[in-house]
Design a protein around this ligand. Sequence first.
Ligand SMILES: [Zn+2]
Length: 224
Amino acid sequence: MLGIVVIALLLYGQSEKKYADTAALERLMEQKRLVGVQTVDPTIKVNLKYASVDNFLQRDLYGGLCHCYLTKEAAIKLANAQRLLRKKKPQFSLLVLDCARPGSVQRMMWERLKGTPEQKYVADPSIGSMHNYGCAVDLTIVDSLGAELDMGTPFDFLGEQAQPRLEKKFAQQGKLSRSQIENRKLLREIMIEAGFRSIGTEWWHFDAFSRKEVKQRFSIIDPP
Ligand SMILES: [Zn+2]
């Protein structure tokens, strides 16, 4: 019995190691010809939430991975969004929270939420999230002191208040303030002007291309 427990623990340890193997993740991103957004625009700030325990799984999924990898086209669009933001608000900056996400991490998120009411918040790994192609970015805006603007909910908030499509309702109910809505609008305006698409369910998420185009041009990033 003890032997089984030890083997199970060893296997668990190995799978943890696989997800947290930073060098392997970075090699994978480079093999897929993804680029670090800070090599395109070093002024963009990056704090990958899944590289810490400050996320909805309360678990470090990326290990020491600290670069935001995207396809080159998406990274250039993001640099344009930063330029547009700086033009409107010179003291502000984009703060990126998640970029390319390996398929292995997507499966782990799915396993964690499968069968729970929160399942709808994670893309089915058999279909793939746009993050799995390096074509989506999660982000917010920070002020000159590095403080995040108040968007009404934290990143990855699993609830309706995070949904742009319901903003009007929550504003009427007094659950989202005028400045929270304005902050979200500022983020949406510059991202859309830079060529991204917003989604109705998460204020922080933007796609660089349509799903059809992504599937035609790119492939899922997955460890062998
Ligand atoms: Zn996202």
